[in-house]
Design a protein around this ligand. Structure first.
Ligand code: CS2
Length: 435
């Protein structure tokens, strides 16, 4: 979207900051920040994006990262750092026991956590009297703007800097936002495809579906109109859009990832070609998730239809294993809130318990097999995985970073998880998916 904005208004450009890994910078710097964007649809389109003016790796060049955040011309900071990048605890507040946060609390100049980098950048910005800033989280978290704001302010207060905390409260906007576009990771197959399509060797092409949506809270000051002109939906209340997306799209994605992974499918499109699994996911969306959604968002039936069509996109090979990463961070946002709401409304949670059981089994099996379990809770899951599978559910439910206590004690939920887990563990997929 920024390259569209840039095409009309050359005052905009993007400075790309990676916090730790130097791989994007080292791939894109020799090609002047240009990269190919491959849109995967019935017709595959490639275009070269030239919106990146600067590439910084914060860990390698802290002064450049902080200087960019503090620069008076920097107007908008967007974050795409995945759920775990926020270093939040089970209540969604800054986890001060997180090693990176604990490091940043000791006040070093080169921080490690994302809230730490923002705090350092804002401290420099205040000192330079460079004025306020808009910081938008684009990650799949409920209430992402408010959570990020609280995390940064909590960190600054814990660093003992009350003046800065007050300045942030007053001068920095943290709009909530919902970003949606299915983006499979870059791999060698993509690089080969780009080279065949364009004749260019691109060290870091990007692929995504043609569909994109960015809905952002109208907390943008003068920049709202500029973003709206590039197709961004600027709205008063993002919550209904965000909830519909997280619960329907991401909830269904994670369900496909764990169940599909256990059954032996590889991609989302493969899993959707399994009629039993696709039927289960559709019932989950229409009967269990849709009734929990707030009013004011997209039309639910049409939204579900569109998501199912996007999942079936034959042009995309979206690996289930990629979606399965970081389940301990994703499940609470994508599935557990839906379950709590369904139970509170007096509805059952039998179908909704199936993806939870599938995650437990999938993660534990990955932890003891040669496949790597990508999850910040991998050590705790590996410790659970050595127990016999029948004993694992109770141990998983004790993970307070994942399961709120009220849910972990609710028999309607725990019994349903146990039943589903036993069926899945025995390979009785048809029974589990017949619900
Ligand atoms: C996916 C998301 O990897 C995942 O966990 O569910 O990245 C999903 O593709 C995007 O949120 C779609 O907007």
């Amino acid at each position: 979207m920024f390259d569209q904005l840039l095409a009309r208004d050359p005052r905009w450009a993007v400075s790309a900051i990676a916090l730790r890994s130097d791989s994007v910078r080292s791939a894109l710097a020799p090609q002047d920040g240009l990269y190919s964007l491959v849109e995967l649809d019935v017709q595959v389109r490639v275009r070269i994006v030239g919106a990146l003016r600067e590439l910084i790796t914060a860990a390698a060049d802290p002064a450049a990262a902080i200087g960019r955040l503090a620069h008076p011309k920097t107007r908008l900071v967007t974050l795409t750092i995945t759920e775990k990048g926020y270093c939040l605890d089970a209540d969604g507040r800054l986890d001060t026991a997180h090693p990176d946060v604990a490091f940043d609390l000791r006040g070093p100049r080169a921080p490690r956590s994302a809230p730490g980098w923002l705090a350092a950048g804002l401290r420099a910005r205040k000192a330079a009297a460079a004025g306020g800033l808009t910081i938008a989280s684009c990650d799949n978290l409920a209430g992402n703007g408010a959570r990020l704001r609280a995390a940064v302010i909590d960190l600054v207060r814990a660093q003992g800097d009350r003046d800065l905390a007050a300045w942030i409260e007053d001068q920095v906007r943290f709009p909530a936002s919902m970003v949606d576009s299915i983006t499979p990771a870059t791999d060698d197959a993509l690089k080969a495809r780009v080279s065949a399509l364009t004749g260019l060797d691109d060290a870091w092409p990007i692929q995504r579906e043609a569909f994109t949506q960015w809905v952002i809270e109208d907390e943008l000051g003068a920049d709202g109109a500029a973003l709206a002109s590039a197709g961004v939906e600027v709205v008063r209340d993002v919550r209904p859009y965000e909830q519909a997306k997280l619960r329907l799209l991401n909830g269904a994605h994670s369900t496909l990832a764990y169940l599909g992974g256990l059954i032996g499918h590889t991609t989302v499109a493969d899993a959707m070609a399994d009629a039993q699994l696709a039927g289960f996911v559709e019932r989950l969306m229409r009967r269990d998730i849709a009734p929990t959604l707030r009013r004011g968002g997209p039309d639910t039936d049409a939204y579900i239809d569109a998501i199912l069509t996007r999942f079936r996109n034959p042009a995309i090979a979206h690996q289930l294993a990629q979606i399965a990463w970081d389940g301990s961070q994703k499940l609470p946002v994508r599935v557990l809130g839906t379950i709590a709401d369904a139970l509170a409304a007096g509805r059952g949670a039998q179908r909704l318990a199936v993806p939870v059981a599938a995650w437990m089994l999938y993660a534990a099996r990955c932890a003891v097999s040669s496949e790597t379990l990508v999850d910040p809770l991998a050590p705790a899951i590996a410790a659970i995985a050595v127990a016999p599978e029948t004993a694992q559910v109770d141990r998983f439910l004790e993970l307070t970073a994942v399961f709120p206590t009220a849910l972990a004690r609710d028999r309607r939920f725990t019994d349903a998880v146990r039943t589903a887990h036993a069926e899945l563990a025995a390979g009785r997929f048809a029974e589990a998916l017949a619900l």
